[in-house]
Design a protein. Structure first.
Length: 374
């Protein structure tokens, strides 16, 4: 599932025009807005389900919501398009948070089917007034549309968008996961063992997710990993893994960091269905061979499940996995009017074929941290 994203004047992002599909790499110097760009999709996903008020509270609040350089007449604007369906919104903030109602509209095949105008208590669906109450515009519109139109709706693509940064990596490794009924991975990764245990022991519909993660770990670590099992002690789910030669298992708190990182990456991808998965710096702790296998597995999964997987990275090794796909590499390069810049539009594709992309990134030909002196 591909998408188009437009952002104007949101936080560090002045002007974004991004069209992506499949597995894509996002590169650029520190402070260029890579993480902020990925967080937009997570923010819009929250807004699509819960409304902009709750989404803003969960994504940094009103402070610096508008780009510092935006003139007073320039709005913060978002537009998300997939499959001929476009959602546009122009939220604004005051000292109390988001100003409601947020102007929004839904366009399907260039036909405006729903619209919320500023200052109006109701929204329109094909010129018929509807009341939204406290639910989000998209949720209200979805309920008001006829079935043949609702089938085109982009809510599932947005609501499933998540930005994984795995801040709870060390907590997970030391303490395990809290016992529960979770079947979707938290963005910080802390419930990974619980999710995997529930995929393994729960409903048949989730069993294939467990099997994909386990087989993926076998591919990434053929001399280290064969299987995984779980134990519950009080409110904690712990994990241990077995090597290919059998014998005693190794507790995950003694596992190599790369093995646990790969487990989290595979869980994140396996948690998604027909949506968007954003991962910040997936290369942490991983051997080049594991990175190579993970990118291959992600591409297969993305194609089979209509996923878009976006990887913000500084890894030359990971970039080299895109040597034959420069159109799937995007650069956040300060000074450009519109970001991100697709690599094959930034550099001549014929010229790019002569080099490894990781080398070009290392020598600052693409996405430089320090601008070359002239």
């Amino acid at each position: 599932m591909g998408f188009e994203l437009e952002v104007d004047n949101y936080r560090a992002l002045r002007r974004i025009r991004w069209k992506a599909e499949g597995v894509c790499a996002l590169v650029g110097p520190n402070g260029s807005g890579k993480t902020t760009l990925l967080s937009v999709l997570d923010f819009l996903g929250s807004a699509a389900v819960d409304g902009f008020g709750k989404a803003l509270n969960a994504h940094g609040g009103a402070f610096l919501f508008r780009h510092r350089q935006a003139a007073t007449h320039e709005p913060v604007r978002f537009a998300f398009t997939t499959g001929g369906v476009r959602w546009e919104s122009m939220p604004s903030t005051s000292g109390l948070g988001v100003v409601v109602p947020v102007p929004e509209r839904l366009v399907i095949n260039q036909d405006v089917v729903a619209e919320q105008r500023a200052g109006e208590a109701v929204f329109r669906v094909r010129e018929e007034n509807k009341t939204r109450g406290d639910i989000s515009f998209l949720v209200a519109v979805d309920a008001a549309l006829p079935d043949d139109v609702s089938a085109l709706f982009p809510l599932s693509a947005l609501s499933g968008a998540s930005l994984y940064s795995f801040e709870a990596f060390w907590q997970l490794k030391r303490e395990g996961s809290r016992e529960g009924t979770d079947v979707w991975l938290d963005t910080d990764g802390r419930n990974a063992f619980t999710v995997l245990r529930n995929w393994l022991a729960g409903k048949r519909e989730h069993r294939s997710r467990w099997e994909w993660v386990r087989s993926g770990l076998r591919e990434c670590f053929p001399d280290l990993f064969d299987d995984l099992d779980f134990a519950v002690a009080g409110q904690t789910v712990a994990a241990q893994f077995y090597g290919p030669g059998g014998g005693e298992p190794t507790p995950m708190h003694l596992a190599p960091n790369g093995l646990l990182m790969a487990l989290l990456l595979l869980c994140a991808v396996a948690s998604a269905d027909e949506g968007i998965v954003c991962i910040d710096e997936p290369e942490n702790g991983l051997h080049p061979y594991a990175i190579q296998r993970l990118i291959s597995l992600m591409r297969e999964r993305a194609e089979a499940h209509e996923l878009t997987i976006l990887l913000a990275t500084h890894s030359p090794t990971l970039l080299n996995e895109f040597n034959d796909q420069p159109d799937h590499v995007f650069i956040m390069e300060p000074g450009q009017e519109t970001l991100p810049v697709r690599l094959d539009q930034h550099q001549n594709p014929e010229w790019l074929r002569n080099f490894a992309l990781g080398d070009l990134y290392m020598n600052q030909t693409i996405g430089p941290q320090v601008k070359p002196s002239t």
